[in-house]
Design a protein around this ligand. Sequence first.
Ligand code: S3P
Length: 172
Amino acid sequence: MSRIVVLIGMMGSGKTTVGKRLAQRMDSEFVDTDDLVVAVAGKSVRDIFTEDGEAAFRALEEGALAAALASSRDTVVAAAGGCVLSDANRTAVASRADMVVWLDADLTALTSRVQRGVHRPLVDGDAATRLAELDEQRRALYERLATLHIDTSELSVDEVVDIVSAEIEARP
Ligand code: S3P
C-alpha cells in the first residue's frame, strides 16, 4: 500500500514549502489540498470564499482531501489549515495516513509568514489577531490528530524536512 504522510497546522506553518521538499526527498508525490480545490472549482481560494462562501469552500476541501488520501502512490499531502475542522476529514486522515505531522509555530512566525500569501481571506485585516483566534480554536484538534509535533518557529525548511524524513525512516 502507498505511504501517505499528511502535514497539518495553521496557515503559515510551512506545510506547502516543507511538503514539496519532503516529497522530493522521499521520492513521493506532493498534493496541496488548496491546489486541488482551485483546480476543481476553476477559481482562486479567495474567489470561492467571496463568491460562494466558506461552507462551499469547506465542501470542496473535503473532496480534495479525500482524493489526496486515495492516492495509490507514496504521497505527501499538505492539508490546508482548516481541514481539521471537519469530523469526516479527521476520521479520513486518522484512518489512512501513515504519519500525521503537525507543523506548529509561534504567532510571531505565523504572522510574518502569512503576509506572503494571498489565498487566506480569513486573516485579512489584523492577521495577528485572527491567527491567534484560529490557533486557539484549532490547537486541540491539531494536537489530537498528530502523530508527530514539530515547532518550526526557529527551524529552517531543511531542518524540518530532516526531522520528518528521519522519523519516516525510523518507523516500519
Ligand atoms: C485556511 C487555510 C488556507 C486556505 C484558506 C483557509 C484555513 O490554506 O485553505 O485560506 O482555514 O486555515 P493554508 O493552510 O495552506 O494556508
